[in-house]
Design a protein around this ligand. Sequence first.
Ligand code: ADP
Ligand code: MG
Length: 357
Amino acid sequence: FDMFFLAFVERLFRPTFKKDDLVLGKKLGEGAFGVVYRASLAKKPSSKVPYQKEGDLVLKKATEYGAVEIWMNERVRRACANSCADFVHGFLENSSKKGAEYWLIWRYEGEATLYDLMQSKEFPYNVETMMLREVQDLPRGLERENRIIQTIMRQLLFALDGLHSTGIVHRDFKPQNIIFSEGSRTFKIIDLGAAADLRVGINYIPKEFLLDPRYAAPEQYIMSTQTPSAPSAPVATALSPVLWQMNLPDRFDIYSAGLIFLQMAFSGLRSDSALIQFNRQLKRCDFDLNAWRKSIEPRASSDLRKGFELLDLDGGIGWELLTSMVRYKAGQRISAKGALAHPYFDREGLLVLSLMQ
Ligand code: ADP
Ligand code: MG
């Protein structure tokens, strides 16, 4: 893997974008490891800028983990471009007063994350409007909400399948890291800052503190026994596909995707505090969703009852998919590809299933 590593280093130290080529706009986010701004290209960018197209950009000034995030984005751009926000360029910027920073540039995909959209009382209809820009003839109600949620879940699983087939596990899959792309009118994944590339063995930071506990699967972090805890540079260790098979690290993201599915179905579980409370309840039920349902359903609020009703449509096929994603043992969770082939997404399958009942 020396070749990979050298190509990576070479890229980082060949800045084609300069600081002055960008005009910074509004701050979009600030985490422990970087700040994100809206940005645009300067009127007269230097001739070396590889990106001369019009349009808004997003700039992340990242600290030490920026190197890995550049690696991941370059790999995604080559292998599964549609899964993630459109990456433009990443480089090491030395001129900052704060010392070296990694600068990452993407195309500005749109203003709303799935988190923003889910906080609205209009969800999921607000998503339908953004996707279709026309009103459905189906009356408002569970059936229509279920269809919209199906469409969103299919897009999320499709994007995850792209990442996983490339050998990348995201590890921070949550509504805040899913952006609605106004150009393609689909959801795309962002923030590969905690991702692991298992084919090449680049896995900087399997530290729990990087993972969002609200969406993390019970195994907490993946490949823990195989990877060093916090090396100071990208490690190139060969992890065979066999290891991938044994540990099924991709199922970490599937658990998170299951929690997102849950939050979309149950409006009462969309807030952070409700999700934290749910996690506590599920843990008390040994991560058995059916046991959780038994314990909660008799005294469920109308919000929760509506969620069960939605997942029970078409013979309970939604609930079936949800319970195959949110399971204690990674090996028992469905894969992204498997989930995409699940009858929940299959109209004819739905029909067959309801006829069988
Ligand atoms: P952080 O490490 O701060 O979580 P993210 O990569 O998640 O960084 O970006 C922070 C926020 O910036 C996102 O939640 C989103 O609102 C916005 N953002 C990031 N990338 C894009 C993009 N390509 N287009 C539009 N907005 C983006
Ligand atoms: Mg983020």
